[in-house]
Design a protein. Structure first.
Length: 268
């Protein structure tokens, strides 16, 4: 069995909120080099920062079509067009996302590239997903759940068919109890903490959560590790300590961090 078969690799590409700090990126993630979750502002350039090849991405999952989660599609598709110095076109990745908006987001990205004029890249396959509809790649079984956000937004659960590892991603959401079911037993849950020390309100217009909300989901789900992401301000020590009172295995990852899954109890 090869190392890629024995483990699932999760790379934390970005951890920021809608306006990340200089050099940073909005929360986005890479599984096994070829599955991308959200594209931030310019994920293709950010991947190279950590030695990852944007052309290796075969499937992109968009949690929702707010700008900071899909703007990077433009750069990703342009990288396909410019493969080998523009002498050939790489096949674009399949793009999966919320059924009401994902086709429009992809179409707009291609229009921005003036693809109809320059014929840069073949239009990618687009898979519109309804909440709770499953999906499969060659390597992953994928489940979804709707989150609480001003637009149709999906949380994702990825189960590696070869290793059994499970990684879950909340996307943007207010506190939402059903996410515990989606993330049940996950090796890692990457959950937004936009509100930092403040707790979210499921009835608020903006649809975001704080670190304590994320910790409650992880604890209820029985996850092995929680990564707090999508925060504008750094999660301070006091906030992290409070979150760890609820869920001890709470972490604040750095961009470029790599987790090998599944997580063994000895690693915790």
């Amino acid at each position: 069995m090869s190392s890629s078969d024995a483990m699932t690799r999760l790379t934390i590409l970005g951890t920021g909120s809608c306006c990340p700090p200089p050099g940073g990126e909005v929360a986005c993630f890479l599984l096994n080099d070829d599955v991308l979750i959200d594209t931030g502002w310019n994920v293709a350039a950010h991947m190279r920062r950590f030695g990852r090849d944007p052309l290796a991405v075969r499937t992109v999952f968009i949690t929702h079509c707010h700008h900071d989660h899909y703007m990077g599609l433009v750069g990703l598709l342009f990288n396909c067009a410019m493969a080998e110095g523009g002498r050939r076109k790489a096949d674009p990745p399949t793009i999966v996302g919320p059924r009401t908006e994902i086709r429009n987001a992809v179409d707009r990205a291609l229009h921005f590239l003036q693809n109809e004029r320059y014929d840069l890249v073949a239009p990618p396959d687009v898979v519109p997903l309804s909440p709770s509809r499953p999906y499969e790649t060659g390597r992953f079984r994928v489940r979804t759940a709707q989150t609480i956000h001003p637009t149709l937004a999906l949380a994702y659960r990825f189960e590696d068919k070869r290793t059994g590892a499970v990684a879950a991603f909340s996307g943007d959401t207010a506190p939402h109890a059903p996410l515990s079911g989606l993330a049940a037993g996950a090796d890692v849950l990457c959950h937004e903490a936009s509100l930092g020390a403040r707790e979210g309100d499921p009835l608020a217009d903006w649809g975001h959560a704080g670190a304590l909300d994320a910790a409650r989901v992880a604890a209820s789900a029985g996850c092995k590790r929680l990564c707090l992401v999508h925060h504008s301000d750094p999660i301070d020590d006091a906030t992290l300590a409070r979150a760890r009172e609820i869920f001890p295995e709470t972490t604040v990852p750095q961009e470029g961090d790599v987790l090998d899954l599944p997580i063994d109890a000895r690693e915790r």
